[in-house]
Design a protein around this ligand. Structure first.
Ligand code: S0N
Length: 278
């Protein structure tokens, strides 16, 4: 897949949104702020992810950060934009305080497409949680991972802590949050936090390679696997996702079609045609 295939879907102030060959790419575009997100950034990402979810040609979404900045440094995302954090949340242009990144976290986890984080440079705070909730993470060799909340008056007790513990284990998750250290890409790989590390120049190409392999596989199988992985962690909403897929597959069966047709045709369904499988 060529880098030059990208087509811009829509122009936004805080993100870039492109598509090519079944892959969507959402790029947080605030490198002067290490790609920290304000409410508008999150709203725009949410809109782009909803579009990718609805687009039947898209199977994989790459989430990344623009860079390097003019100072030569890279960032995936440095979390919530602290310059707009008020006493009740992050305040956007409408003056309303929000923590709308929680909605984005849920969307990334529940959408039936594979989301791959491409991390170059800093993935810190809420930015680290964003890479965490993606299905897969490919890091550049300059990747830096960590939480910072207890150093600056914040914490994420949701996916940011409980899901982190599912990924790296309770002891390591507690270390990450209680000490607020920064970890290299190799350390993140060693603790199972990410999937692979590549030279920074190869990051997008590697993401496209993984996406290309995924796109050759069965969309329904991957959809059901994603909801199966989520069901273990996400309680009732995870079961709802898994069950939604069971319903989808049932709708597609001859059996469901016969029962639906019979109701529409005001006749008894031919139930005996269908086996009670062991
Ligand atoms: C990323 C760091 C380590 C990079 O250090 P470096 O390379 O030395 O760069 P700096 O000179 O520090 O930064 C360059 C410019 O970028 C601005 N900037 C960086 N990060 C942010 C940010 N988060 N918000 C606003 N601006 C940022 C700098 O200000 C600088 O600009 P100038 O030159 O104009 O001053 C380093 O930058 C760093 O440590 N950044 C801060 C990291 C941080 O505190 N992040 C927020 C952590 N918290 C969250 O993300 C929580 C949000 C959240 O999602 C959440 C979720 C669930 C429940 C609760 C919450 C919650 O909000 O509490």
């Amino acid at each position: 897949m060529s880098f030059t295939n990208w087509q811009e879907v829509k122009t936004y102030s805080d993100i870039l949104y492109h598509k090519a060959d079944g892959v969507a790419k959402v790029t947080i575009n605030r490198p002067e702020k290490r790609n920290a997100f304000r409410p508008e950034t999150v709203s725009q990402m949410f809109e782009a992810f909803c579009d990718a979810r609805e687009d039947q040609s898209i199977g994989v979404v790459l989430l990344t950060g623009a860079g390097p900045h003019t100072d030569g440094k890279y960032a995936f995302c440095a979390g919530g934009d602290q310059s707009v954090r008020g006493p009740m949340g992050y305040v956007g242009g409408d003056g309303v305080p929000r923590l709308n990144v929680l909605d984005l976290q849920k969307l990334i986890r529940s959408m039936p497409k594979v989301v791959i984080a491409l991390v170059a440079g800093y993935a810190i705070g809420g930015g680290h949680v964003l890479q965490l909730v993606c299905d897969l993470t490919i890091a550049a060799d300059n990747g830096i991972f960590g939480q910072i909340g207890p150093k600056m008056g914040s914490f994420d007790g949701g996916f940011g802590s409980s899901y982190l513990a599912r990924i790296v284990g309770q002891k390591k998750a507690r270390e990450i949050w209680y000490l607020c250290r920064q970890y290299s890409a190799q350390q993140a790989l060693d603790m199972g936090l990410i999937n692979t590390v590549v030279p920074v120049a190869d990051l997008e190409a590697e993401g496209l390679k993984w996406a290309g392999e995924i796109m050759q596989n069965s969309p329904l199988a991957i959809r059901c696997l994603k909801s199966g992985f989520n069901a273990d962690v996400d309680g009732q909403s995870g079961i709802q996702e898994l069950a939604g897929n069971a319903t989808l597959l049932y709708y597609m069966s001859d059996e469901a079609k016969e029962f639906h047709r019979a109701q529409r045709e005001k006749r008894k369904p031919d139930a005996r045609k269908f086996p009670w499988l062991p």
